[in-house]
Ligand binder design. Structure first.
Ligand SMILES: [Zn+2]
Length: 395
């Protein structure tokens, strides 16, 4: 196969290839091809099919009967922060009360950190995620909560990903605890102006104790007017207006979706809004699991993500979330792998990642196992053995 930019590589002898193209292979949503090959041309996938039919290429990699999947698309993380909350987690898991300030603890540490410290922290967690197969990630601000600290968080994030989300509306800033309306005006005014150049998305934590439905609508609407697309932290801790608001505003994603009415499920099923489930949060807080089965049976598009953050879900491991979703949320292994790859891409309204079909980015993970099912079957085992990102072997 001739290349547009010099080098083609075939990965051959793949026992199970997940393409996420139902027109390929077994016709399932995963588009599984047995005894498969993938051809990479530059940064893109050029060909997928049976090994015996693969075209000639410059380079050849033997997968030795192992599985290849699209790189994970982690569509929800909070990686621009400083400090950690070990004591809070330890107390929670030990049944002790703990009176530290939760998110406020991280806000204080983040404000006190230098740009270099924040970037070093972010880079470390990105490397950790990449080793576990994550090739696309979204990340947010939300631990600065001043104009300067939110803008610099997003500037630092934007140096590492295109999927940057402005979350000035994470909690009401401690500086404005007595007057939330003043803080909402800041988030929709000066802070938005400073942050919009670095962000693609705007998000709000719509929850009792954070922002109510009217505040959330005002914040997301202001963001839309500045060209940012909405996504919503919705219905995590309690029932509430978050999911309906996400659908009303055509948000790309409603994230958490743990407490849903039948009307919420129905609204999601008749919308373009993806339900992003974040089982690391329920794991780390011993909370009730979201019911993935109910959403899938209703026809809702489901994504799985880490929610990686120092307070409520300090894991960067998508394979861990896949295992939880299969064990505790009613997903099949096939559904969980789809949601962690193509589902994540849908939650970011991307079609160039999360699938291994001609024209998509050559972002893929080679598992030290013969099938993708092993991600749930062998929980906690580091099965990702090699990773290509944009056609380049990075692990
Ligand atoms: Zn979150």
């Amino acid at each position: 196969m001739s290349s547009s930019n010099g080098t083609t590589t075939v990965i051959t002898n793949i026992a199970t290839l997940v393409t996420n193209d139902p027109s390929l292979g077994d016709g399932s949503p995963l588009g599984l091809i047995q005894d498969a090959a993938v051809v990479i041309d530059g940064d893109r996938v050029a060909w997928t099919g049976e090994s015996s039919k693969a075209p000639a290429t410059d380079n050849r990699v033997d997968a030795e009967g192992r599985a290849v999947i699209p790189g994970f698309v982690d569509s929800h993380s909070h990686l621009v922060f400083a400090g950690d909350r070990t004591q809070e987690f330890n107390a929670r898991m030990s049944g002790r009360s703990y009176s530290a300030g939760g998110i406020r603890t991280t806000v204080a540490a983040t404000r006190a950190a230098s740009d270099e410290e924040l970037e070093a922290n972010l880079t470390r967690y990105l490397a950790e995620a990449l080793r576990q197969g994550t090739t696309t990630f979204e990340t947010k601000s939300g631990y600065g909560l001043t104009v300067e600290d939110e803008a610099r968080s997003l500037r630092i994030a934007a140096a590492h990903t295109d999927e940057v989300t402005y979350l000035g509306a994470h909690i009401v800033s401690p500086d404005h605890a007595d007057d939330p309306a003043v803080y909402v005006a800041l988030v929709t005014g000066e802070m938005l102006d400073a942050c919009a150049p670095y962000a693609r998305w705007i998000d709000v934590f719509c929850e009792k104790g954070a922002f109510d439905g009217d505040q959330a609508r005002a914040i997301l609407t202001a963001g839309k007017a500045k060209g940012l697309h909405p996504r919503v932290h919705a219905n995590q801790l309690t029932y509430g207006p978050g999911v309906q608001l996400a659908v009303e505003l055509d948000a790309a994603s409603a994230d958490h979706c743990t407490h849903l009415t039948d009307e919420d499920v129905d609204a999601l099923a008749h919308s373009r809004t993806v339900a992003t489930l974040l089982p690391g949060a329920e794991f780390s807080t011993r909370a009730e699991w979201p019911n993935a089965r109910r959403l899938l049976d209703a026809g809702v598009t489901v994504a799985l993500s880490t929610d990686c953050n120092p307070g409520s879900s300090f894991t960067s491991s998508v394979p861990f979330c896949v295992a939880l979703a299969v064990r505790d949320m009613g997903m099949t292994p096939d559904e969980a792998v789809w949601s962690a790859t193509a589902g994540g891409a849908a939650a970011l309204r991307r079609t160039d990642v999360g699938r291994l079909t001609p024209g998509a980015y050559a972002d893929l993970a080679l598992l030290d196992a013969p099938s993708h099912v092993h991600l749930a079957y062998r929980p906690g085992v580091p099965l990702v053995s090699r990773v290509w990102r944009r056609g380049v072997p990075v692990i």
